[in-house]
Design a protein around this ligand. Structure first.
Ligand SMILES: [Zn+2]
Length: 242
């Protein structure tokens, strides 16, 4: 009886911190508040509809030095190794070394399903990866995450000749920033860059969804939530876009 009361108490304490619950691989659920998850050891994924709350809370822990001890990590290695992965959030983000996803969102082994390309550009392989994540692994959220001071976006704005296969990246970003370049008038370099990063986030999300009937159906059926955000490499803060 005492253990039941203790469990209820823990659940109540947790639910006051976050209404979201984490769903385990066998379908059971338990409450895990953001702070409580750090101490009780989260072993399950991010529940559908809770990704924005969970990732924002993780970013706050990263910013404020309160990152989880990740006591559950070893447990997750064993669990995912034995039973397979079931990540919750697929992310298209830049390869930029300043944007390590699990760190900036304070997530653990088995939580995220990322594709990283310079300039966070979509490609058919990225779309296929997200489709696989949704279809086979249970991904319930897809995010496009841009970041400030993106070299690929900057190179696209500058329009200088690029060697090797790098022009393919600029080509994939150009449609996102074409209107901005046409109407830039007196915009400062900084303002233009920030606007270009945001435009590219929105454009790449459209590219992913526009190229996948499977993902559009998952969204229409309420099985896939879309998120867009920008990471600030100077402050470490993630800003979600509406
Ligand atoms: Zn970048």
């Amino acid at each position: 009886m005492q253990s039941i009361i203790r469990s209820i108490g823990l659940a109540l304490a947790s639910s006051t911190l976050c209404a979201c619950v984490n769903i385990s691989q066998n379908g059971s659920s338990k409450s895990t508040g953001n702070a409580a998850a750090n101490t009780v050891g989260r072993t399950d994924g991010i529940a559908p509809g809770c990704a924005r709350t969970e990732l924002a809370a993780g970013n706050q822990r990263f910013l404020k030095g309160g990152m989880a001890a990740h006591a559950w990590q070893q447990e997750k290695v064993v669990k995912t190794g034995e039973f397979g992965q079931s990540p919750s959030v697929a992310i298209l983000s830049c390869s930029d070394s300043r944007v390590p996803l699990e760190i900036i969102f304070d997530q653990g082994v088995g939580d995220l399903f990322p594709v990283r390309t310079a300039g966070f550009v979509n490609c058919v392989e990225a779309t296929g990866t997200f489709e696989y994540g949704v279809l086979a692994l249970g991904v319930n959220t897809m995010m496009v995450l841009g970041h400030t001071k993106c070299g690929a976006v900057n190179a696209t704005l500058e329009g200088k000749p690029l060697p090797g296969s790098i022009p393919m990246i600029a080509k994939a970003i150009q449609p996102a920033v074409a209107d901005l370049l046409k109407n830039k008038k007196d915009a400062t370099v900084n303002d233009l860059m920030n606007a270009a990063v945001e435009a590219n986030v929105r454009y790449q999300m459209k590219q992913v969804m526009g190229s996948s009937e499977m993902l559009r159906k998952a969204q229409a059926d309420g099985k896939l939530t879309l998120l867009m955000a920008i990471y600030d490499v100077d402050t470490g803060e993630v800003r979600f876009l509406d």
